[in-house]
Write a protein that binds this ligand. Structure first.
Ligand SMILES: Nc1ncnc2c1ncn2[C@@H]1O[C@H](COP(=O)(O)OP(=O)(O)OP(=O)(O)O)[C@@H](O)[C@H]1O
Ligand SMILES: [Mg+2]
Length: 405
């Protein structure tokens, strides 16, 4: 067998790629085995390649066959030098390895990641966390520099609900669409995200602006708060007297770093960014403008549409009407005529539900999963995530079939 001959001579298994098992796990505890089994079942992989034993067992089998394409390997209790040399070997032979251990230490994590392993997870892991990582590893591309999408949320005026809708969009994206999602509060002085989600603000964003070169995967892992399963939040509350110097270069670097590390980044933007950080708008795939149905909002939404449309012709602009009372100042029809664009969503003024969820420190999408706002945002998320619409795919299919006749 080509694979075993190559293994014995210490060659890299490039030409043996087709013989590889898609997946193997070498685990020592029942919880991790159950999680690996659930993930294998979801993907139709054989569970016979989930074996007892950790890294040493995985290395022993290298004498028989190339390592699997994806591996989960327990490294608990082994000296770090042994772990490093073993993981380097598996990565060199082309395996994407997730290491599981119990040491919670940044330097340890860095050493593991330098071996070429794709992730290091603390035990016990569950099927959800493992599943999320597989979704990321299976993204198209080279698998090393995944290319995410970056979406900006902006209010046409103050207090129209841009932050509320940004938070819920990010939550649905992470929770319902299983995208590894970052939610970034770009208002580092008076942003509301940490408060709304009842999480500790971190100094991550401040530090990222101070020294963008420091920002890498490890930095993000430490600087971001986790909300729910796969939503990562960067939200800072700096003192009003603490001037943070931003520059085009720094905000652009941040946008690019987020794109490289997350499937989806939602940036909640303070309105003065439109004047102060024009370059950032060139980086968005989509821009969501939130407005009320009033004359003042119509004027400002119009100005934003024109300005941002000219600044970034490739970005898709979506306008959402929010806090819409039963009898708005300007009707939907009048607003759309004035804006020369259809409203993407129209959301009712529902202070009762909003207050209830805010007081609980929850996203609307968690507390009121069936609310109209949540259902409509879910549809918007599918579009923002770049998933082709089913109807469009079907039309394309029929058109191709008809074209052949
Ligand atoms: N559809 C809605 N119905 C009722 N209240 C809402 C609705 N959407 C948002 N709110 C409430 O409006 C207030 C302002 O919301 P939010 O902070 O999201 O607005 P914003 O546009 O981000 O404001 P800012 O200009 O301060 O950034 C909050 O109290 C929020 O709960
Ligand atoms: Mg806001």
């Amino acid at each position: 067998m080509a694979g075993s001959a190559a293994a014995q001579s210490g060659m890299i298994f490039d030409d043996a790629a087709d013989e590889r098992e898609p997946f193997a796990a070498y685990l020592t505890d029942d919880a991790s085995q159950a999680a690996a089994q659930a993930v294998a079942n979801q993907r139709g992989w054989s569970t016979s390649s989930i074996r007892k034993g950790g890294l040493a067992a995985a290395l022993r089998l290298l004498g028989v066959a190339p390592p699997a394409r994806f591996m989960i390997v327990d490294i608990e209790g082994l000296p770090i030098e042994e772990v490093e040399s073993g993981l380097v070997e598996l990565a060199r032979l082309g395996s994407q390895v997730m290491a599981l251990g119990t040491v919670n230490d940044v330097n340890y994590f860095r050493r593991i990641m330098r071996t070429g392993a794709r992730d290091y997870l603390m035990k016990p892991v569950d099927a959800d966390v493992l599943g999320e990582i597989f979704v990321r590893l299976e993204q198209p591309g080279d698998g090393v520099t995944p290319k995410g999408r970056v979406v900006g949320f902006l209010g046409a005026r103050g207090g129209v609900g841009a932050t509320t809708l940004g938070i819920n969009t990010a939550f649905i994206m992470a929770d319902k669409l299983s995208r590894r999602t970052a939610l970034v509060d770009m208002d580092i002085y008076a942003g509301n995200i940490a408060l709304a989600l009842d999480i500790e603000p971190t100094r991550g964003l401040r530090e990222a602006f101070d020294d963008p070169e420091r920002v890498d995967q490890t930095f993000l892992q430490n600087a971001m708060a986790k909300f729910g399963k796969s939503l990562h939040v960067l939200a800072t509350e700096e003192g009003f007297d603490d001037a943070v110097r931003m520059s085009d270069e720094k905000v652009l670097a941040l946008a690019d770093i987020m794109r490289a590390n997350f499937d989806m980044t939602i940036m909640d933007l303070p309105r003065h960014f439109v004047m102060r950080e024009p370059a950032l708008f060139t980086r968005f795939d989509d821009i969501v403008i939130v407005t009320q149905l009033t004359l003042q909002s119509l004027r400002d939404a119009n100005r934003l549409m024109k300005l941002l449309g000219a600044r970034n012709r490739a970005a898709k602009l979506h306008v959402i009407a929010n806090q819409v009372p039963a009898k708005p100042d300007v009707t939907v029809k009048e607003f759309e005529a004035g804006l020369e664009t259809k409203l993407r969503c129209v959301f009712p003024h529902d202070p009762k539900t909003m207050t209830k969820t805010t007081l609980k420190g929850q996203a609307l999408a968690t507390a009121e999963a069936k609310h109209k706002i949540v259902a409509d945002l879910h549809r918007l998320c599918i579009e923002l995530a770049g998933v082709p619409e089913e109807s469009k795919a079907a039309t394309g299919f029929f058109r191709r079939r008809l074209a052949r006749r």
